[in-house]
Structure formats: structure tokens, C-alpha cells
Design a protein around this ligand. Structure first.
Ligand code: NAP
Ligand code: ZN
Length: 352
């Protein structure tokens, strides 16, 4: 065991602050990574503030962060994919049972025994797992991703969650050339959804509550932008979408988006608001529409997504911040004021 520097929250109401955490020594199958950048996902904020208490109560101290990119410093004797010096990525998962039907189907994120990168029971050390707001992490090589060498690392980090969470449902629902795709909410997930949908050849529209994001949405690849608070604009698009990805992090009227779908259209929910959403049966019945959820993606698909991003030169648009600004960044996330992902430069931890 060795000590790593990190930022943690002591309770649901405490700000994140500098701390030291234990990391395990590398076992045969482990990769030790020096973390260079970690993205800030809205899930970090939900967890730190215990907003998902009814489903996944937060254990404190909590070290969030599951959009990790860094450099390998050490590998165990059985590791074959990595050597010291390689770039590496870690997303939301660090372990699973490898034997259940979901693991065998390459959807480890759905394994009943999955270990998430933070706030999960730690099989190696006592207590819970600690995430990427840290200078170092040790992970089983199965859960470590190869990072394309041509991409900006600060912008790669968010691909490990925001990238795969939007890539996976669009692949599953067959988004391709000519599909009319709506992306609801232009934040971290939403802006990746726009870039990826565009790269798949879709016709892309953004639904936003922020008129000030219109130009950015077009620059990111949207063909059109719909201000969701404008009833007239919404009405013009009713019944016209094949697929809609809802990334909203807060309470909202999901029915307003379900009725945007055409016949047999699907709305996939990836946003995880604290409170349940009320769904009107009629929006689904008329038009034979469907409503689904999606959770990140398996390791194989995450690697496929990273390779796709490497080939298409896709990264997140990031505002790089020192870790000392993390609490400020959380407040800005709550105000939908993020362009379009915060990426923490972990070199800033050295001064702590
Ligand atoms: P984010 O960067 O904060 O973006 C969320 C966007 O939703 C905002 O930028 C805003 O876009 C819109 N929004 C926020 N509050 C709203 C409200 N009250 N009404 C309508 N729109 C609102 O968050 P994120 O990191 O992209 O995460 C989004 C959600 O996905 C979170 O709940 C997160 O926990 C969840 N998530 C799920 C998965 C998964 O596997 N399913 C993975 C990662 C994250 P506009 O300004 O454009 O309206
Ligand atoms: Zn996330």
C-alpha cells in the first residue's frame, strides 16, 4: 500500500478538500497510473452531495472522478496490454465478476458484482473505492483502456464517461446516416452526443434551455437548435425524431421530448435526476414510441469508442482547471455554465 494525494468530500455538505488516500500495491494483473487529467462529470456532484441516496448512498470520505487519463508507471507480472510510459484511460468501472451473462456479453457495466471507480466496496483494501481526483490509481488491466496517441489528453479524459455514455445508446439504436437525432441538454454528455451523432452521419438537433449556447451547438456539429422553453419552436418539431438522447441532470418534463418522436421512435434517458420523472402513457402509446435507459458502456465498446474518436479526431471541449477550483466548478455545473466539460489538470495537486 502507498499514499496518493487526492481531493475528497467529508460529507454531503462539505466542500472538496485536499487529503491523502491509500492505494494498493500492484498485483500481477494491475496497472499503476499517474493521473494527468480527470474530467468532472455531473455524477460526481450527484454522488458527493448524496443526491442518489435512495439507490446508491454515498460513503464518506468520497473521492469522485471517473474520467481518468494518465501514464502507466508500473505494471504487474501478468499484464500484457500495457508497459510503463504508455498512455492509459480509466472510466466508471474498475472490476466485475467476469463470469455472469452480462460480463460474458461484454456489458460489464451491468454486472451485478461490478465495482465502480468510486463509492463501491473495495475488494482489495477495506472501505470503498476512491476515484480520479487524485495523482495516482491502481486498476486491473481489463478495466484500463488504450488511448489514441493523436488526441489532446485534457479533452480525452471526458470520453471515458461522457463519450461512452452517449456513444453506446446511439450505436444500440442504430443511429446512422440520415437518422434524425435530438440531443437534450448541452452539457458534458450533450456536447459529446452532438459530436458523435454528427460523426455517425445523423441529422442532429439540440434541445437547450440556454439560448446563449445556440452558436456553440452549431459549431459542435448540430444542424439545428431548438430552445425548449419556446412552445412554438417545440411544436414545429413534434413527431419528427427517430431517436432522442435525454442528458438532463435535473427534474424536467420528459413528455415534452417523448412527443417529439415519430412512429416507433426511441427516447433514451442517460441523465439521472435525483427525483423520479412522471411519464404520460399517451405519449408512448400514440406513435408506438419507446423509452429506454442506458448506463455507460462495456470495456470492449469503450475501447471501440476511443478508437473511433482517434480516427475522427474527436475530443471533448474542455475548460482545464486546477483542482483548487473544483468547488467553484461544481457551482457552475449547477447553473448549466460549463463549456462543455471541466477537466482537472492533476499537476495542480503537486502543490498540495
Ligand atoms: P451537465 O454537464 O451538468 O449537463 C446537463 C445539462 O442539462 C445542462 O448543461 C443543461 O443544458 C441541462 N439542464 C440542466 N438543468 C436543467 C433543467 N432544470 N431543465 C432542463 N435542462 C437542464 O451534466 P452531465 O455531466 O452531462 O450529466 C448529465 C446527467 O447524466 C447527470 O444526471 C449525470 O449524472 C448523468 N450521467 C449518466 C450516465 C449514464 O451512464 N447514464 C453517465 C454520466 C452521467 P442546457 O443548458 O443546454 O439546457
Ligand atoms: Zn460520469
Amino acid at each position: 500500500m502507498y499514499n496518493a494525494k487526492a481531493y475528497s468530500a467529508a460529507s454531503a455538505t462539505a466542500p472538496l478538500a485536499s487529503t491523502t488516500i491509500p492505494r494498493r500495491d500492484t498485483t500481477d494483473r494491475d496497472v499503476q497510473i499517474e493521473i494527468l487529467y480527470c474530467g468532472i462529470c455531473h455524477s460526481d456532484l450527484h454522488t458527493v452531495r448524496n443526491e442518489w441516496e435512495s439507490v446508491m448512498p454515498t460513503v464518506y470520505p468520497c473521492v469522485p472522478g471517473h474520467e481518468i487519463v494518465g501514464r502507466v508507471v508500473k505494471v504487474g507480472s501478468a499484464v500484457t496490454k500495457f508497459k510503463p510510459g504508455d498512455l492509459a484511460g480509466v472510466g466508471c468501472l474498475v472490476d466485475s465478476d467476469h463470469t455472469c451473462p452480462n460480463c460474458r456479453a461484454d456489458v460489464e457495466q451491468l454486472c451485478p458484482n461490478a465495482t465502480f471507480t468510486y463509492n463501491s466496496p473495495d475488494k482489495h483494501l477495506e472501505g470503498i473505492t476512491y476515484g480520479g481526483y487524485s495523482d495516482s490509481i491502481v486498476v486491473d488491466e481489463h478495466f484500463v483502456l488504450r488511448v489514441p496517441a493523436n488526441l489532446d489528453l485534457a479533452g480525452v479524459a471526458p470520453l471515458l464517461c461522457a463519450g461512452i455514455t452517449t456513444y453506446s445508446p446511439m450505436r444500440r439504436w442504430g443511429v446512422t446516416t440520415g437518422t434524425k437525432v435530438g440531443v437534450v441538454g448541452l452539457g458534458g454528455l450533450g456536447h459529446m452526443g452532438v459530436k458523435l451523432a454528427r460523426a455517425f452521419g445523423a441529422h442532429v438537433a439540440v434541445f437547450t434551455t440556454s439560448p446563449g449556447k445556440k452558436e456553440d451547438a452549431l459549431r459542435l456539429g448540430a444542424h439545428e437548435v431548438i430552445i425548449s422553453t419556446n412552445a412554438e419552436e417545440m411544436q414545429q418539431h413534434a413527431g419528427s425524431f427517430d431517436f432522442i438522447l435525454d442528458t438532463i441532470a435535473a427534474e424536467h418534463d420528459i413528455n415534452a421530448y417523448i412527443t417529439m418522436l415519430g412512429r416507433d421512435g426511441n427516447l433514451t434517458l442517460v441523465g439521472a435526476p435525483e427525483k423520479p420523472l412522471a411519464v404520460s402513457a399517451f405519449g408512448l402509446l400514440f406513435g408506438r414510441r419507446s423509452l429506454s435507459g442506458s448506463l455507460i458502456g462495456g470495456l470492449k465498446e469503450t475501447q471501440e469508442m476511443l478508437d473511433f474518436c482517434g480516427a475522427h479526431n474527436i475530443t471533448a471541449d474542455v475548460e482545464v482547471i486546477p483542482i483548487q477550483k473544483v468547488n467553484e466548478a461544481y457551482e457552475r455545473l449547477l447553473k448549466s455554465d460549463v463549456k462543455y466539460r471541466f477537466s482537472i489538470d492533476m499537476a495542480s495537486l503537486k502543490s498540495e
